[in-house]
Design a protein around this ligand. Structure first.
Ligand SMILES: [Zn+2]
Length: 231
């Protein structure tokens, strides 16, 4: 979804890590060992991170994001699970979102998991502390080595259990836990619709595979479905 809004992927050709090398895999452990230092690095980022922040700050939702928001407001899409941290689904108007890797515009308490906007938190003294429970605050973006917040994951499994048709757009869905959701839907008798320019491991399980970028297919799909609804 995000690549079509100009946000580089992490891996593969043109990927950030491909270009600058993989970041340390123990980001969360490093944060816990010295939160103040992690915040200093966050506030004066290295070149690859600076490049990423700048791209995120200026990126805009594409027609795929808008189509999903349209399906939500029509009452058809009941939940959107994303691994993207870029906030573009929210900017497009989606509200029923579970961001399993967090949201880069937010700050989260590692103790009580409350989330705050950047504007709500003063960053003079590092690390900042939670206004609710005084726990240490970190970026909401899930770091390497950091568990996905349990309440987010619980809501994803809850929504998956209710799902009779899952649209899997622009992901090969091979990384756990996201990989589990479409499998669960199939096992409980629901259908999968895959949107991906390439064949993936899910293709064999999908009722329908649409071979095109999501920014192309989703608006058409949303248009036809909402038309059927009103017909
Ligand atoms: Zn807290």
């Amino acid at each position: 979804m995000s690549v079509e809004s100009g946000i580089p992927p992490f891996r593969g050709p043109g990927g950030l890590w491909t270009k600058y090398g993989e970041p340390p895999m123990n980001g969360y452990q490093r944060f816990l060992a010295d939160p103040a230092q992690a915040w200093r690095e966050r506030l004066s980022p290295s070149r690859p991170m600076r490049e990423l922040w700048e791209t995120l700050r200026t990126a805009e939702p594409n027609s795929g994001h808008h189509a999903l928001a349209q399906l939500e407001s029509a009452g058809i899409l009941r939940c959107l699970i994303t691994q993207n941290v870029d906030n573009l689904h929210r900017l497009a108007g989606s509200q029923l979102i579970e961001e399993i890797h967090g949201n880069y515009t937010l700050i989260r308490c590692i103790q009580c998991t409350s989330r705050f906007t950047r504007e709500e938190i003063r960053l003079e003294a590092l690390p900042p502390h939670c206004p609710r429970c005084d726990g240490i605050l970190k970026s909401d973006t899930v770091s390497f080595g950091e568990p996905i917040p349990t309440e987010v994951l619980a809501r994803c499994f809850e929504e998956t259990e209710k799902c009779d048709c899952m649209l899997v757009a622009g992901t090969s869905a091979t990384v756990y836990p996201a990989a589990q959701f479409p499998i669960d839907v199939r096992q409980q008798g629901g259908q999968l619709i895959e949107i991906n320019p390439h064949e993936t491991e899910l293709t064999a399980f999908a009722a329908i595979s649409l071979r095109a970028p999501s920014a192309v297919v989703l608006p058409e799909l949303a248009g036809r479905i909402t038309q059927l609804r009103t017909a």
